[in-house]
Design a protein around this ligand. Structure first.
Ligand code: GLY
Ligand code: MN
Ligand code: MN
Length: 439
């Protein structure tokens, strides 16, 4: 399923961006859950993007300054029957060469002794400080040695740079093969939301709905949830990162579900739907839902090549504030409310983010003073909401909130591909119109 030529093309593009810099990109390490039990392994997305190797602790070198046949080097855990009987198969050095297309491969234990030679002749070192606690001291030691030797050798990589701007600009613009995978993640995620709405009933526990959704993910061949699924009945929906998922669903409440899947190659969906648990919106719920839905539609309509991602947010905010003023939940001139941020007790987050191998995917949103403009191949979420609870104070000059509105939290989140003609809503198979949510 994983096509080695895709990774090869990515490496070629990355190496050509590096010019004379040598890049060091480490894999993720396993993370302890408790005692000697570990979380399921989750590869570092940069390392995955360039190698397709799903093993911990490996390190990839990209060396444009070396002759052909020495530009992609992998350090990997060596084959070891005693380790593999506990932790499973490893590709080892031969697999790194034969299966993952490395020009050279070595056991991980040789990284400290071989790194210096591979870096010789590089103009700079591209390595992300602060993220790789096992590899960082080794890199810094070798770099310090290079600097010490520079007066006699006559040159050294004097600069240490973050590889992120180069690599993340590549990851931000999805290639057609990546768009296909994002469509698949969106399809499975959207189906799971449809299923959850069909089956959710008053009296069920939030965690039972979580189980239904996540079962669908794995049934459909995904790795599992892309992030901690949020299944939040009633007022729990006003907790943006609600993680407990342990309350009973109540007749008359809304249910907010923010859940998406991660495929075996780590492409993700990120979808939120909010619907009445008993199949009928109350008057207040419907009024607020209409405001969020209309704000989302307006915001999505901004997604087109050349538009700034920032406009998506400002459009959502304007529409939400207009709707809330009409309902009497905010008061005053719309521009003034926006300028003062006097809506933030009801809408306190941004309207979206890039989406890809990371759920909050890499890529700049602004470059200095300039907001990034959308281009075909970029994928972002559009996820406005309204959250009415007692948690935040009402700003001075804004109306106190009547009890009939409290405990309503609504968010609608779709995954949007920017294409040549505008956009495609990848997650539209998950219903969001009031007519389809009621039964
Ligand atoms: N589920 C995380 C987010 O919506 O950003
Ligand atoms: Mn999101
Ligand atoms: Mn989400």
């Amino acid at each position: 399923m994983i096509n080695p030529s895709i990774f090869k093309k990515r490496r070629e593009r990355f190496i050509s961006c590096l010019a004379g810099r040598a890049a060091i990109i480490p894999a993720a390490s396993s993370v302890v859950h408790h005692a000697d039990c570990e979380y399921p392994f989750r590869q570092n997305s940069d390392f995955w993007y360039l190698t397709g190797l799903d093993e911990p602790d490996a390190v990839a070198l990209f060396l444009p300054h070396r002759p052909e046949g020495e530009r992609f080097v992998l350090f990997v855990q060596p084959r070891d029957p005693a380790q593999e009987v506990w932790y499973g198969f490893r590709w080892g050095v031969d697999g790194a060469l034969g299966h993952f297309g490395a020009d050279k491969a070595h056991p991980l234990s040789e990284f400290p002794s071989r790194l210096g030679e591979y870096l010789t002749g590089a103009e700079a070192i591209a390595f992300r400080i602060g993220k790789h606690p096992k590899v960082e001291p080794l890199v810094l030691k070798v770099w310090a040695e290079h600097l010490d030797q520079a007066p006699r050798v006559g040159s050294a990589a004097f600069r240490l740079e973050a590889p992120c701007p180069l690599l993340h600009e590549l990851r931000l613009r999805k290639q057609p093969d990546e768009v296909d995978r994002m469509r698949e993640a969106a399809r499975i995620g959207a189906e799971a939301h449809e299923l959850a709405r069909e089956l959710a009933r008053p009296g069920m526990n939030e965690r039972q709905v979580q189980g239904l959704i996540e079962k669908h993910f794995v049934d459909q061949g995904a790795r599992g949830p892309a992030y901690g699924s949020i299944v939040a009945g009633g007022d729990n929906a006003c907790v943006l990162h609600y993680a407990s998922n342990n309350q009973q669903l109540k007749d008359g409440d809304l249910l907010l579900i923010d859940a998406g899947c991660s495929l075996v190659d780590y492409y993700n969906s990120d979808i939120t739907r909010t619907f009445p648990i008993n199949g009928k919106f109350s008057g207040e719920q419907k009024a607020l839902y209409e405001v969020v839905h209309s704000a989302q539609k307006q915001a999505i309509s901004c997604v087109t090549p050349g538009c700034q991602a920032e406009e998506v947010h400002t459009t959502a905010v304007r529409n939400l504030v207009e709707g809330l003023v009409e309902l009497g939940l905010l008061t005053g001139n719309v521009d003034g409310v926006i300028e003062q941020g006097a809506y933030r007790h009801l809408y306190m987050h941004r309207t979206g983010h890039w989406l890809g191998l990371d759920v909050h995917d890499v890529g700049a949103y602004r470059l200095g003073e300039y907001h990034v403009k959308l281009e075909p191949g970029m994928i972002l979420t559009v996820e406005p909401g309204i959250y009415i609870s007692d948690r935040l104070c009402v700003p001075e000059g804004q109306p106190e909130i009547q009890d009939r509105w409290k405990g309503i939290g609504i968010r609608i989140e779709d995954d949007i591909l920017v294409n040549e003609s505008g956009h495609e809503v990848l997650t539209s198979a998950a219903a969001s119109s009031i007519e389809l949510l009621e039964h």
